[in-house]
Design a protein around this ligand. Structure first.
Ligand code: SF4
Length: 362
């Protein structure tokens, strides 16, 4: 193993293209939250395989493992459109596969093309986002659909820079779509890939808290030169991180690259920081989510007072919008927390005021 400190790239982007090929080798992956911000700090120099043969063995072991275990996900199907892959990549940021699947299927039936979504109000994208969380992603996908219809003749662009120019599409998503929808050789770096690289190559329990330039250089160094293999490698490493090299309890006995894992060789050193948990109960996010559930189920504007009042006191029948209103009421948010949620949703464009009430954006 060599210490590699080559300055291969500037590291500005979380992912970027390595070739301009446009063959359609669709290999999507189960991703988690991408890391989009790259501070100037660097992580410890990684130790790359010394010999080209060692790297080739790693590529073979991981992709062979992937061939035998890859989950049968609809966005990995050969007939999935580039639009379907783009939607899946956005939904899979921050959200597990099992929750994304039904919503993605609903979206694809409802809006099989970008033009179908673009012809609807943005609020419908938010309504059918359901409980995936971070619903601004739905607004951004709607804006991307409008841009694809108006600026790209309704076709998802294959070019990395054009993908990056779509509203709400960052460097991770652009690279993932270029790879998985168009078969391009791009360096895809999401949370799962970062964790595998950190352990397998750098001997760290966890990657740094924000994406560092050295990680992008490492990912570039590991990417197979062969275009088709590079696509498969991206998907396979992502799957390895999602299924085996998991954040809390890696299943090293099942790992195809266990013999060459730097973290195991180093004696499994503990992480140097405690990952931040995602608090939920009692948070503003929980209240925002409950308010969004009310707006999604409402067919007309909901007056502000209704959000802070028991639906029974309002004389509502115990069905329809009264169900999410009752759920919001059970949270018993402080008045100022409820106001913060309502104002925040208005400011984010997820709600708008109309006829004295709030509704999803028209
Ligand atoms: S051996 Fe364990 S820690 Fe190392 S890459 Fe495999 S799953 Fe991750």
């Amino acid at each position: 193993m060599l210490i590699d400190d080559r300055d291969l790239n500037s590291g500005r982007d979380a992912a970027r293209p390595n070739s301009a090929s446009r063959s359609r080798a669709k290999q999507s992956a189960a991703s988690a939250a991408p890391a989009a911000v790259i501070p100037p700090a660097v992580v410890a120099s990684p130790a790359l395989p010394a010999e080209p043969g060692e790297l080739a063995t790693m590529h073979r072991d991981v992709t062979s493992w992937f061939s035998g275990i890859a989950r049968d996900l609809p966005w990995r199907s050969a007939d999935c459109s580039a639009w379907g892959i783009l939607v899946s990549e956005v939904m899979l940021q921050q959200t597990p596969v099992v929750r994304v699947l039904p919503v993605w299927q609903d979206w694809m039936e409802r809006w099989p093309t970008p033009a179908d979504l673009a012809s609807e109000a943005p609020g419908e994208a938010v309504r059918h986002w359901g409980r995936l969380g971070y619903p601004r992603r739905a607004l951004r996908l709607h804006a991307a659909a409008v841009a694809i219809r108006d600026e790209h003749n309704g076709e998802v662009p294959a070019d990395f820079d054009h993908l990056l120019g779509l509203p709400g599409v960052g460097s991770y998503t652009a690279a993932a779509v270029a790879a998985f929808a168009f078969g391009q050789r791009t360096t895809v770096v999401d949370t799962n890939i970062r964790r595998v690289h950190a352990r397998l190559i750098s001997g760290l329990a966890l990657p740094s808290q924000s994406l560092a330039a050295a990680e992008m250089r490492l990912a570039d160094s590991l990417l197979p030169q062969d275009q088709e293999l590079s696509v498969r490698w991206n998907a396979a490493v992502m799957e390895l991180g999602a299924l085996v090299c998991t954040a809390r309890a890696p299943k090293c006995q099942e790992c195809p690259v266990r013999p060459s894992c730097a973290w195991l060789a180093a004696g499994e050193p503990p992480p140097t920081y405690t990952p931040k948990g995602q608090a939920w109960h009692g948070t503003d996010r929980q209240v925002r989510g409950a308010v969004m559930a009310v707006l999604r189920s409402a067919s007309s504007p909901v007056i502000r007072e209704a959000f802070g009042t028991s639906p029974a006191d309002l004389g509502f029948a115990p069905d329809g919008v009264a169900i999410p209103l009752a759920a919001l009421h059970r949270l018993n948010p402080a008045p100022e927390q409820l106001e913060r949620a309502l104002d925040g949703l208005l400011a984010d464009g997820l709600a708008e005021e109309h006829d004295g009430g709030l509704r999803l954006p028209a």
